[in-house]
Design a protein. Sequence first.
Length: 311
Amino acid sequence: MEFRHAPVMPEEALHFLAPRPGGVYVDGTLGGGGHSRLILETSTPDGVLYAFDRDRAALAAAGELLAGFGGRFHPVHGNFSAMAEYLHASGVSGIDGFLLDLGVSSHQLDTADRGFSFQTDAPLDMRMDTGSGPTAADLVNELPEAELVRIIREYGEERWAHRIARFIVMARTEAPLMTTGRLVDIIKGAIPRGAWEERLHPATRTFQALRIAVNNELVSLERGLAAGIGLLRRGGRGVVISFHSLEDRIVKHCFREQARGCICPRELPLCSCAHVPEVTILTPRAARPGEAETAANPRARSARLRAVEKR
């Protein structure tokens, strides 16, 4: 299958990132290379881009797409949370911007054997890096019921987490859960038919929760935000596109904390900390995709973009 690379919110991302010639940039979520290509084109003739991805299929596809940019494009197989270590080892001490387009790519969803989608029956994998780490099958077959409840409730915000976890544990005593189709059937059986939401598949939240747990996505996001902001030069910008409330909440909180001035306890009458804000928030409210984009790409409808500038 051809790797799709239509970027989400491309105009908004470029507006806030503001790439320029000579700048050094990081695309922490390379995907099919759509955002990376725009950054490289806008920073012509000598802007440099380091692009990270855990998915080797994405790296291969983007390598073909961006081959014409030569030495300006540096693909990296790895998690964007480790960008500081990689860049410092490569002799890069600071960057002029970073972009994170979070979540799972359209290609990953549409490639059945990756196990991200509940729409087709496939091996229960969900790893972004298929060469390492536990699969979703490992989690549902090995974790205690209480831990499954926690994952499904916290990462999926699923009100039926207890029933779903209980049904999973009962089902795995009969035979291991190895396919997405069987897991979907279990989830459908766990959630009362009258509680199914009209516009949301009953497996959506559980699949999201397992994917986040398998790929340790929220911890990676926290570490990646800290690394990216720490690398930014003065005037450099950080842009993050998130797709669900858990991600957006982390981004919003991080940006607000980094934009704070005084950090003294509230009971003190005068500031004594002399703390200086690290960033200025460029998006008091998250930017949203336009109607034309969501009509052309329904998966963009939940996107939220937030941006900051280093002070």
